[in-house]
Ligand binder design. Sequence first.
Ligand SMILES: Cc1cc2nc3c(=O)[nH]c(=O)nc-3n(C[C@H](O)[C@H](O)[C@H](O)COP(=O)(O)OP(=O)(O)OC[C@H]3O[C@@H](n4cnc5c(N)ncnc54)[C@H](O)[C@@H]3O)c2cc1C
Length: 399
Amino acid sequence: MSDTTALDTFREETRDWLETNCPQEMRLGAVHFEDAYEIYRTDAAIEWRDRAVTRGWTAPTWPTEYGGGGLDATHHKVLTEEMSRIKALPAATGMGLAMIGPTILELGTQEQRERHIPKIVTGEAQWCQGYSEPGAGSDLAGLQTKAVLEGDQFIINGQKIWTSGAQYANWMFALVRTDPAAPKHEGISFVVLSMDQPGVTVKPIKLISGSSPFCETFFDNAIAKREDLIGELNQGWSVGKRLLQYERNATTRSKPKKKANEKPKLNVYASTAKQYLGEDGSGRIADTDMRSDVLEQVMNERALSLTTTRVVEESRSSGAPGAATSIFKMVGSSLTKSGSELKSRLRGTSGLVWESNEFSADELESTRGWLRDRAVTIYGGTNEVQQNIIAKRVLGLPD
Ligand SMILES: Cc1cc2nc3c(=O)[nH]c(=O)nc-3n(C[C@H](O)[C@H](O)[C@H](O)COP(=O)(O)OP(=O)(O)OC[C@H]3O[C@@H](n4cnc5c(N)ncnc54)[C@H](O)[C@@H]3O)c2cc1C
């Protein structure tokens, strides 16, 4: 069978399988990260995940020996296209798949891969990220949570903050200080630990948007096993930075992308503008200022989408993300934020409502979306931090 015929067969078979196995409730196109925690706990999501596990399609490109799909880039592209065709959400999501899984695959020992990766693929292990502390966000290397090696375990004391999904997680990956006397970047280790232990306390933080996607996490003689140190003792900073590249890469790729030759549909901004501001005689958005704001947003989103597609294609062979992911993280998150601001502005006062029976669900969601998207230029490293990385690591400018 020729390569093209084999790929066509794979596409047909994939399409049939998705039609049969992806529940209607999971054909939502895309969901906001704050909603994902709830959505992925529903029966439909669990059913979808468990069916996908049988094909390794919760982690389509990971090696089959750990339960992944083992798909090469070409087959993975077909799967992604077929999933977008029916608006299927990924069968599983979260920090296991996006962050710690790739890091363990790349930097973990064979024993760590065998112990942790299959549980990420099946969803048995749900992960959270213990990086930020009250005094260490952008200056992450200033972290103070202490871990002392006693025999075959680390005893951990301290506090993490903004721990997304900690209330749902049974595992955490964390940066901890193992040598307080060393220069700050050199006394840090990267460990993983169970959340289901008496030494770990989680307190959800309520946000202005009304939801509680993240928490404070306290360690009071919490335990991480010696065998769960990823990388070398006191060399955790480089492991932690690598994971952040995977995180920024995932943030960049998480949006559904238009195909390069896809005809633009009436954009969501344009339709919102027409609904609230009306049209002029030739069918354009009536307000000229808003028309140019919509145009600018749409053009920038399109440029990012095309650039991302090109860079993803170019980097398929090299695989792992690099420092340039900071550019995509910064531009992508800025556009997400300006996009939700624009939608609220186009709606005028109807885009600023918090609670009312007189306004539509879209209008109420618009206010929440505008507030929620304030976060995207902060998490995974703020825009200012991305600019510092781009200056140093991409452009090679001096410190
Ligand atoms: C929705 C959300 C989810 C998150 N989830 C997690 C999580 O799961 N786990 C986790 O560990 N953390 C998480 N975070 C925390 C996030 O990583 C930090 O908020 C972020 O790194 C910024 O740190 P900070 O909040 O302490 O701000 P600060 O570091 O105090 O920064 C305050 C301001 O100063 C600016 N600034 C700081 N240093 C510099 C500099 N050198 N040059 C220029 N400007 C600078 C920043 O850009 C920012 O505008 C999450 C944050 C959000 C918003």
